[in-house]
Design a binder for this molecule. Sequence first.
Ligand code: ADP
Ligand code: MG
Length: 240
Amino acid sequence: RKAVVRITTGSQALDELLGGGIETLAITEAFGEFRSGKTQLAHTLCVSTQLPINLHGGNGKVAYIDTEGTFRPDRIVPIAERFGMDPSAVLDNIIYARAYTYEHQYNLLLGLAAKMSEEPFRLLIVDSVIALFRVDFSGRGELAERQQKLAQMLSRLTKIAEEFNVAVYMTNQVIADPGGGVFISDPKKPAGGHVLAHAATIRLMLRKGKGEQRVCKIFDAPNLPEAEAVFQITPGGIAD
Ligand code: ADP
Ligand code: MG
């Protein structure tokens, strides 16, 4: 049996909300509006995953699939330094790929599985998981097909998490909620419908607070207390 590894986010408050950090053998989804910190959290996890287990890391490599072109290797440098790690060694352990179509994104996952069977990976990032699907299936009447292809891709992510004891961190976009009702205070909801909701083990809703403060809330988990964590985006990555 594989043992769950919990990887620190860089913020103690956020780690506590998550029960110790983001988990392997699971899919963590983060959604929230532009600049809410989804990609900055991804960058921090790229580094913290490489920390030893006793420092709340995963002692493993990172795979990064970028669909929006927002990965910044330069950003890794101060984050690595903050954790007392050698930036170039950290960068060498991040396998990066840019995806341009949903098919490309899917094929990259197939290739990664082969790599993961040879080397110890602990984190797979997909930032964002849905952007290309929304572009490639933007026509009228394409929603059913989009959801079917999305389900296929999400099931690959689940397989990877379970087969290689990897934490999957995927980001999602928010869309206007046409129904209103439940979302009166914030008329936005995560994209991807039921298919995405079911694939995610845990769904994190991020929003902006004051200045560089951000707020994270666990979304739609009836079995967990309604708690929030406040964290900061700093030059050294996510912190308290
Ligand atoms: P999202 O992916 O949710 O759209 P990001 O993760 O890209 O948002 O967050 C962008 C925000 O992160 C910026 O608006 C800024 O507040 C903060 N940020 C980015 N780089 C730095 C840095 N070097 N130091 C401090 N804050 C930063
Ligand atoms: Mg982003």
